[in-house]
Ligand binder design. Structure first.
Ligand code: HEM
Length: 454
């Protein structure tokens, strides 16, 4: 790697592969991002460097260095500016994307709606929606792709939380399906924006036209939904936000919250089901624990969620091995020092939860699924950070946790489930970490839960 002007001249830049001429490591990242990042850490250490089409990237994997990055983000050493510019067409100036004073104000405005004590207001909605989706599954069915159940379930929940109306409302349905269609293209659109100054995204290809049309549908539907709901009779965040947001702000925040909250939560639920299906002993332990508190429908209360010690550990362990948000990035705003290295202004800093969560210095037998490690967890800090950290820590983490614990608890007492034999579960890196073939399960409805739910 070449030497560059830097105030920390006594330090050197992190090591890393040179990659191919011109494109550098781009094909390897595109081919298998997780494998590439993991191998970079293994070969070059906890702060490593690689280049993509001439741009410098630093992969930072040690919890202490991650803590320093989050700390120094508060003083402007790191930022999310380039991410924000790239994804402006999607998120606009919503909380996920904004920075500076806009972000400060938005965070202050939105935080109260997502406090732990506040999200329990949505508990009965989550229970009702979950039961109606889970019970709608034919009692005779013995095969189920978990995604086909969980995706519509979360769409319904998010539609009610955001718009105050479920998917039976035409405008809500249109908005949700357009947001999903935009989300599908987000990763490739983001990647293409680094090539030829984003020209590929501007060509009138069928994909680009479909994407533009979907963005327009989102705008129109959110506008219609907000003008039809000037009071809070229907509940949901939209009428509450409409009191202090312009139409454009509403669109950006609702899109952001749906996008940030839906796919991440679905992916997490699917991975938890995968690991519980693979480990019947853990599945049975989780089921017994839930039935101990919730022997029948009448006994379901949100106060029990934190008492599901094993179930919560099983969820954490799935989030460790398969973090829905597997990577986040920051811009290096000025030449700086991290650990024993100098980092150069304008480089991109990559924090990968996937890599750190499988770091062998931090976790014994890192690829083994063993929920018990979270019951007596010793290595705190950023060795486990599925919701990010620092000032931009996930806004919706308490909502996500309430949804995930509730939905998994109801699922394990309704079904005994196994992985469908012969299907490979290969992780793929869309905007969230997914499984290529979904999570196909064979399920058996449990007699005692049928009695409880009938
Ligand atoms: C399991 C589910 C979820 C995971 C794994 C997750 C993960 C994350 C991560 C890693 C970040 C930090 C991004 C960064 O630093 O660049 C983040 C931010 C964010 N998340 Fe989540 N999230 C989840 C659910 C939700 C939900 C349910 C909502 C709301 C409905 C939500 C809303 C947000 C928002 C608005 C931000 C941006 C916060 C800011 O920049 O101030 N998330 N999330």
């Amino acid at each position: 790697m070449s030497e560059n002007k830097c105030p920390f001249n006594n330090l050197r830049e992190p090591d890393g592969p040179l990659g191919l001429p011109i494109v550098n490591s781009f094909p390897f990242v595109g081919w298998n991002t997780l494998k590439f990042l993991k191998s970079i850490r293994e070969k070059y250490g906890d702060i490593a460097q690689y280049k993509l089409l001439g741009f410098t990237n630093y992969l930072v994997s040690h919890p202490d260095d991650i803590a320093q990055v989050f700390k120094e983000e508060r003083t402007g050493v790191y930022s999310k500016k380039r991410f924000s510019e790239t994804f402006y067409p999607f998120f606009g100036n919503g909380l996920f994307n904004s920075y500076g004073e806009d972000w400060e104000l938005q965070r202050k405005q939105l935080q109260p709606f997502f406090k732990k004590s506040k999200v329990t207001d949505w508990f009965s909605l989550v229970v009702e929606e979950s039961l109606s989706h889970i019970q709608a599954i034919d009692g005779q069915i013995n095969e189920l792709n978990a995604e086909d159940l969980m995706q519509p379930l979360m769409q319904s929940i998010m539609s009610s939380i955001l718009f105050g109306v479920g998917l039976e409302n035409e405008e809500s349905k249109k908005a949700i399906s357009a947001i999903d269609s935009v989300s599908e293209q987000l990763a490739s659109h983001g990647l293409k924006s680094f090539i030829f100054n984003g020209l590929l995204n501007k060509l009138p290809t069928p994909g680009n036209l479909k994407y533009k049309k979907a963005l327009k549908t989102i705008d129109t539907s959110i506008r219609k939904l907000s003008s039809s709901q000037t009071d809070d009779k229907q509940g949901g965040l939209l009428p509450l936000f409409a009191e202090f947001m312009t139409a454009k702000e509403l669109r950006d925040q609702l899109f952001t919250l749906y996008f940030a909250g839906q796919d991440t939560t679905v992916s997490t639920i699917l991975w938890v089901l995968y690991y519980l299906a693979k480990h019947p002993n853990y599945q049975e332990r989780a089921r017994k624990e839930v039935l101990g508190c919730w022997p029948s429908l009448e006994k379901i209360t949100h106060e029990d969620l934190d008492d599901f010690v094993f179930l919560n550990a099983a969820i954490d362990e799935a989030m460790r091995l398969a973090p829905a948000a597997y990577v986040i990035s920051r811009d290096v705003e000025k030449d700086t020092q991290l650990g024993q290295y100098k980092l150069k202004e304008k480089a991109l800093l990559i924090l990968s939860m996937y890599v750190t969560h499988r770091h062998p210095d931090l976790w014994d037998n890192p690829s083994e699924y063993r929920p018990e490690r979270f019951i007596e967890r010793k290595n705190k800090g950023y060795s486990f950070y599925p919701y990010g950290g620092g000032k931009r820590l996930c806004l919706g983490m308490h909502l996500a946790r309430m949804e995930i614990t509730t939905i998994i608890a109801l699922f394990v007492v309704t079904f005994e489930f196994k992985l469908k034999p012969g299907v490979n579960i290969d992780p793929i890196t869309h905007m969230t970490l997914k499984s290529k073939n979904g999570i196909p399960l064979t399920v058996k409805r449990l007699k005692f839960t049928k009695k409880a739910f009938d």
